[in-house]
Design a protein around this ligand. Structure first.
Ligand SMILES: [Zn+2]
Ligand SMILES: [Zn+2]
Length: 439
C-alpha cells in the first residue's frame, strides 16, 4: 500500500513506523480521528493488542476501521509543492460584476490568510467565483480541497474543475468506498471523507456549508478543521448561512462578502403565499384545493415544467394519487432514498415529464430551465428559512428564462416563511443598490 502525507493511518495499514509522527487515537475520551466525545458512541471490548478486557474504541467512525484507545494514528507531514508562475486556469468565460467582486475577495482572503464567508445568492454562479482563488493557491504550491456535505455537489463540480485546471492532478473522494487518494494537489471530497486527513491542506473551500448533514453534524466541522493546516485558510460558500452566522456577519465578528445578484442580472423571484386551509383533511379524502389545481393548469398551458415540494413523503404520495381525480396522469415523485432519483431529475430536465413532486431533497443543487415552483404545506417545520430560500432559488436560474413563479401554499403562514421572503427581498434591494441588477 502506498502511503501519502496528510493522511492518518492505522498501525496495520503501514509496514513500519519509521519517519511517521504519531498521535493517540483516543485520549481524554475524545476520538482524534472523528472528534467524537459522546460517551454512548464509544464501546468497550476485550482487546488482543493491549490485553485489557475493557479497551475503549470509537463507534462513531467504525466504518473507517476501528480505533482503540491503546492505539496510535500515524501520519507524515505534507509539504508545500513547487510554486508556479504562469496561470493554470483555462477558462474563457467572463465574470459578472457580482462574481468579480466575490472572486477578488476570495483571492485577497487567501493572500492575507484570513477565513471568509462567501454569501452568494442561489444562481449567482458560485463555482466561477472560486476559480481565481484556486488558481492562485495552486500556483503557490498549496494543497487545496473543495469539500461539500453533499456528494451531488462534489460529483457535479469534479468534471468542471478538471476542465478548467487540466494540468493539475485531481481526485474526488466520497462514500465509504476504498480510498482513492494518491497525494493529489487538488482534492474534492465530501466533508465526511475529511475525517481521514490531518493538516493536509493549506486551503479548504466548503461549498453549501449549511446543507445537511454538515449543518447538523458537529463531527464534520471538526473533520474539516483537522484536515486543514493550522495556519491555512478556509473559504465557506453558501446562499443561506445559518442565523448565528448571519448575526456574526452583522456584528462584524465574521469576515464575509455578500453577492446579492445572479449572474444574469435579473432579480430573484420573490415567493407569493396562498392560504389553502386544512389540506391534510382534504388529501385524506382524495381532494386538492382548486387554487393549486388551477396553478398547475396555468403552468401546463404555458408548457412550463413544475416542481412541487412536500413536507413529508406520505403527503406527497397522497397528493400524487389525488391528482388523478382531477384528470391528471399520476405524476412522478422523488425522495432521498429513491434509487432512480438521478433519472427522474433528468426526465424533468429533458421535458419527458412536466411535473415532479419532491421532498426537500431537491431544494438545492439542481437547475431546470423555466421551472415553476410550488411548496405545498409550506408551514411544515422542515421548511426553514434556509430551505425556503434555497427552494425559491430553483426558479429563474437561466439566462433564457431569468424569472419564474414561486408560491408557498400553506395552512397558516410561519415566521420562517416570512423570514425567507424578507431575505430574498433584501437581497434584491442590495443587488439594485450595488448596481448588480438591471432594475
Ligand atoms: Zn486495546
Ligand atoms: Zn472516531
Amino acid at each position: 500500500m502506498d502511503i501519502f502525507p496528510g493522511r492518518l493511518y492505522l498501525r496495520k495499514e503501514i509496514e513500519h513506523i519509521e519517519g511517521f509522527n504519531n498521535i493517540a487515537a483516543i485520549s481524554n475520551n475524545k476520538c482524534f480521528r472523528c472528534g467524537n466525545t459522546a460517551a454512548h458512541l464509544f464501546g468497550r471490548m476485550s482487546c488482543v493488542l493491549c490485553g485489557r478486557e475493557d479497551c475503549l474504541y470509537c463507534r462513531n467512525c467504525l466504518v473507517m476501521g476501528r480505533v482503540n484507545s491503546c492505539q496510535k494514528l500515524y501520519y507524515q507531514k505534507t509539504t508545500i509543492l513547487q510554486s508556479e508562475k504562469k496561470t493554470l486556469l483555462e477558462w474563457g468565460g467572463v465574470l459578472s460584476k457580482g462574481q468579480k467582486k466575490a472572486s477578488e475577495a476570495v483571492v485577497l482572503s487567501l493572500k492575507r490568510n484570513q477565513d471568509m464567508l462567501l454569501w452568494a445568492v442561489a444562481g449567482s454562479g458560485k463555482t466561477e467565483m472560486m476559480f481565481e482563488g484556486m488558481d492562485w493557491a495552486l500556483r503557490q504550491g498549496f494543497r487545496i480541497c473543495l469539500a461539500s456535505p453533499r456528494v451531488d455537489v462534489c460529483l457535479e463540480l469534479y468534471p468542471r474543475l478538471k476542465e478548467v485546471f487540466p494540468s493539475k492532478n485531481m481526485v474526488c473522494l466520497y462514500g465509504d468506498s476504498e480510498d482513492k487518494y494518491q497525494g493529489e494537489q487538488f482534492v474534492l471530497a465530501t466533508t465526511h471523507q475529511l475525517i481521514r486527513f490531518y493538516e493536509a491542506f493549506e486551503v479548504i473551500f466548503i461549498d453549501e456549508v449549511d446543507a445537511f448533514p454538515y449543518a447538523k453534524d458537529p463531527f464534520l466541522n471538526y473533520a474539516v478543521e483537522k484536515a486543514r493546516k493550522k495556519e491555512g485558510t478556509t473559504i465557506v460558500i453558501t446562499a443561506t448561512p445559518e442565523q448565528k452566522w448571519q448575526e456574526e456577519c452583522t456584528s462584524g465578528k465574521r469576515r464575509f462578502v455578500k453577492i446579492p445578484a445572479r449572474y444574469h442580472r435579473k432579480k430573484l423571484p420573490v415567493p407569493r403565499t396562498c392560504w389553502i386551509g386544512p389540506w391534510k383533511k382534504k388529501l385524506s379524502r382524495g381532494q386538492i384545493t382548486h387554487k393549486l389545481i388551477n396553478w398547475i393548469k396555468e403552468k401546463e398551458a404555458k408548457d412550463q415544467p413544475i416542481l412541487i415540494f412536500f413536507p413529508e413523503i406520505e403527503a406527497m404520495n397522497q397528493f400524487s394519487k389525488a391528482l388523478t381525480n382531477y384528470n391528471f396522469p399520476e405524476p412522478v415523485t422523488v425522495h432521498s432514498a429513491d434509487a432512480a432519483r438521478k433519472e427522474k431529475v433528468e426526465w424533468l430536465r429533458e421535458g419527458k415529464i412536466k411535473i415532479l413532486l419532491t421532498t426537500t431533497i431537491l431544494e438545492r443543487g439542481v437547475t431546470f430551465t423555466d421551472v415553476q415552483v410550488a411548496v405545498f404545506g409550506s408551514e411544515g417545520s422542515i421548511f426553514t428559512e434556509a430551505a425556503l430560500v434555497q427552494i425559491s432559488g430553483r426558479a429563474g436560474r437561466k439566462f433564457s428564462h431569468p424569472t419564474g413563479d414561486v408560491c408557498f401554499f400553506h395552512y397558516g403562514a410561519t415566521a420562517e416563511m416570512k423570514r425567507a421572503i424578507k431575505h430574498i427581498q433584501k437581497m434584491n434591494q442590495l443587488g439594485v443598490k450595488e448596481g448588480m441588477l438591471d432594475d
